[in-house]
Design a protein around this ligand. Structure first.
Ligand code: GTP
Ligand code: MG
Length: 361
């Protein structure tokens, strides 16, 4: 059994709702990975303990629960330092995974192509090297003069192997990036506009992609189902366009993960138009927070606001009043006027196409 406890140290005393939403998403990810979440430990503290994340009392409570329920995994929403991870593992005797690890596990579950796999491996190695260094420094380098032990040799070998693997992956990704650049230039010569579908995981990007292209790409309802971009040429009203499905965004994605997935995220930059797919059925506060996170990521990628059109999807799930409210909200955040659709029921897609054609002509 894959029993787990979820843990979180909340440092923002004023936050009464947002952390709950983020933890719910975290729970969903854990479940998608097959963990049975038995309990949740949340501590509100002005700062995160640098050794054990939680304060002393909470750690003892955790230890008790872990023994009581025979828990094997501790899933922590905070991103941990190597030291914190090692301390928790050793004191609580469980496998410790933080948000960084959990997202990579989900990515791994969904990764079908070699480029996604390489990017995941890179993100893992980035994390593994400091962790192994820290473990070794505890084992071998503490007040121990004299010749190197066998374990110490093994450690040096492992670090050397990981470092060279990292270098090779980076080279491979760089080659791939160049290959994509050439492809991009060829496409530019053909003068076919690219329309990218971007937004949070689960917003319905692939459902819309399928509806527009008549393809049947995977829609599973598991976070990050789509990891690598998919392009497809369509013709509407005598005009050719490339529709691009892309990787989903999420709350609090670690910069190191974003960096590892640069080659994939860069696809968004080449688009002439970014349709930002929003789940209109989200609660108002979630809806707003997701818009902010989406815009943060798009701005970091240096995508101009005027190239973004918000698309409110899943409107089949909400009533008219809710829809009017959500449309009003989008007006506060976007320069371009939004459009509402249901990708699932193919509602308003003709209007969406019209809007796209108007934009790119
Ligand atoms: N009711 C309703 N459900 C929808 C609609 N569009 C998508 N969905 C559902 O939302 C879930 C996620 O849809 P996807 O198309 O996989 O979402 P995505 O944005 O591609 O997700 P990732 O690939 O994980 O980034 C699926 O269960 C879809 O059936 C819609 O218009 N209405
Ligand atoms: Mg998808």
């Amino acid at each position: 059994m894959n029993k787990a406890i979820i843990g979180f140290v909340k440092t923002d005393f004023k936050d009464k709702i947002l952390y709950r939403i983020k933890l719910d998403e975290f729970n969903k990810m854990a479940k998608a990975l097959g963990y049975e979440v038995v309990d949740e430990i949340i501590q509100t503290n002005s700062k995160i303990d640098s050794s054990y994340v939680f304060g002393k009392g909470k750690i003892e409570e955790l230890k008790f629960l872990i023994n009581e329920y025979e828990i094997d995994n501790l899933l922590i929403y905070n991103v941990l330092s190597s030291m914190q991870k090692i301390n928790l593992e050793d004191y609580l005797n469980v496998k410790v995974l933080d948000r960084y690890d959990l997202i990579l596990e989900i990515f791994e579950l969904n990764a079908g192509d070699s480029i996604s796999k390489l990017q995941i491996e890179l993100a893992r190695i980035e994390r593994m090297i400091p962790y192994i260094r820290k473990r070794a420094s505890i084992l071998y380098f503490r007040d121990r003069p004299g010749p190197r032990s066998l374990g110490e040799y093994a450690y040096h070998k492992t670090i050397a192997q990981l470092t060279s693997r990292k270098k090779r992956i980076k080279e491979k990704l760089e080659k791939y990036r160049l290959f994509k650049k050439i492809q991009r230039e060829k496409r530019k010569e053909l003068n076919i506009p690219i329309v990218a579908l971007c937004g949070f995981y689960g917003a319905g990007k692939t459902t819309l992609f399928n509806a527009l292209t008549n393809l049947n790409k995977e829609v599973k309802g598991i976070p990050f189902t789509t990891l690598s971009s998919k392009n497809y040429l369509i013709k509407r009203e005598g005009k050719s366009l490339i529709i691009m499905d892309t990787i989903g965004f999420a709350f609090d994605i670690d910069p190191l993960i974003i960096k590892s997935f640069e080659v994939t995220l860069e696809d968004l930059k080449e688009a002439n138009l970014n349709l930002l797919i929003l789940d209109a059925s989200d609660e108002e506060i979630v809806f707003k927070e997701k818009i902010k996170t989406n815009l943060d990521i798009l701005r970091k990628l240096e995508i101009e606001d005027k190239k973004i059109i918000p698309v409110l999807n899943k409107t089949d799930l909400i009533d008219k009043e809710d829809l009017i409210n959500k449309i009003q909200i989008t007006k506060d955040y976007f320069v371009n006027e939004g459009i509402y659709i249901s990708a699932y029921y193919k509602y308003n897609l003709d209007i969406l196409i019209r809007k796209i054609l108007n934009f790119i002509s």
